[in-house]
Design a binder for this molecule. Structure first.
Ligand code: ADP
Ligand SMILES: N[C@@H](CCOP(=O)(O)O)C(=O)O
Length: 322
């Protein structure tokens, strides 16, 4: 359960005084999520999500995240919209944490995406990349290749207790991926960087909205595609589903054509994305105290994915059909 900070009734009431959104009629912690504390707030006017920003979110990044939501909403993308307080501010403070209210999106996330879901996702990802153009703020990707060494250092010497040989494998991957990423010269812009199935809502078969932009940053567009190939196209038994991969890539390409260089780079980008999620999960796995109210995510799921990417012979292995 991702509620790190409990909000007492009187603190909530004081916080809501700054807004013109009606009276609170229900307020409850949301079990899903990993990074921040999220609450569902129902008022006499509407439903909202109240987020208290926790560990990995830097306060100085919040204008980027909240401004991006406003920019994307204005471009017609269905994502949460920050709610302004009476003084126009979108960022407040609650229980000693930065906090914001955003609009509630209808829809449900899918646990077992089909090829049709992957196609919807591919199209929406391309639309997100297009909609991000012209956003005035920038944010480097703290969890791209330049950030992986620090994660490796913080897990160093402890990986082998999770899987035999893991420490050496991570060190070798970094040695291989750092020069490979440095050699890439691909189109960049605003990416979501965490568009996993839990952050995508559907109404029936149609994708209805995207949430959780708190890893969004400026980076290579095709890296975002590679993150999604990892998150959407593997089966629970660890096999990559080329039908799903092909559907995701074709739908993305139809909405934002991928260049030859982007297509050729997908296997190495997917390998890097697998390492990135394995590393953050590994650090959380090792450092989350026993009894913490959060579901720890399995780093070894991403070790299996990484091994698939190491073996991949080319983009055809991901279902790409020219
Ligand atoms: N704008 C929103 N509309 C509806 N539900 C939301 C919204 N934002 C978050 N949620 C719910 O809260 C859960 C956790 O949100 P998320 O942003 O993924 O948290 P975290 O960043 O902590 O991982 C989501 O799975 C979803 O159920
Ligand atoms: N998607 C990441 C964890 C981040 O969780 P989210 O709830 O913020 O999407 C992973 O699977 O490792």
């Amino acid at each position: 359960m991702a509620v790190y900070t409990e909000v007492p009734d009187e603190d909530l009431a004081a916080f809501l005084k700054a807004y013109d959104i009606g009276e609170a009629v229900a307020f409850k912690g949301i079990a899903e999520g990993v990074e921040n504390s999220n609450y569902l707030l129902v008022t006499t006017q509407a439903r909202f999500i109240l987020t208290l920003y926790e560990k990995r979110v830097e306060r100085s990044d919040l204008p980027f995240f909240l401004g991006l939501l406003e920019h994307l909403s204005a471009k017609g993308l269905n994502c949460p919209q920050p709610v302004k307080a009476r003084d126009g501010a979108v960022l407040g403070e609650l229980c000693g944490r930065p906090a914001a209210l955003v609009t509630f999106l209808d829809g449900v996330s899918v646990r077992r995406p089909t090829a049709a879901h992957c196609a919807e996702l591919g199209r929406a990802l391309a639309e997100l990349h297009e909609a991000g153009r012209g956003f005035g703020l920038t944010r480097p990707n703290a969890l791209s290749v330049a950030g992986w060494r620090a994660l490796e250092r913080s897990a160093r010497g402890r990986g082998d207790a999770v899987a035999g040989g893991l420490d050496a494998l991570i060190a070798q991957e970094l040695d291989a991926l750092e020069p490979a990423f440095a050699a890439l010269d691909l189109p960049t812009g605003v990416i979501h960087a965490d568009l996993f199935p839990n952050n995508v809502f559907f109404l029936g078969d149609r994708l209805s909205g995207l949430i959780d932009f708190y890893f969004a940053c400026d980076d290579v567009f095709a890296y975002d595609v590679a993150i999604c190939l990892n998150a959407w196209c593997f089966e629970p038994n660890g096999e990559f589903n080329v039908t799903k991969g092909g559907a995701l890539l074709a739908a993305y390409h139809a909405a934002r054509p991928l260049s030859e260089a982007e297509i050729a780079a997908l296997p190495i980008l997917a390998r890097g994305a697998a390492l990135r999620f394995m590393l953050t999960r590994l650090v959380d796995w090792l450092d989350t105290p026993p009894g913490a109210l959060v579901k720890k995510l399995d780093p070894l799921e991403y070790l299996k994915k990484l091994k698939f990417h190491q073996r991949a012979r080319g983009v055809a292995d991901y279902g790409w059909r020219p």
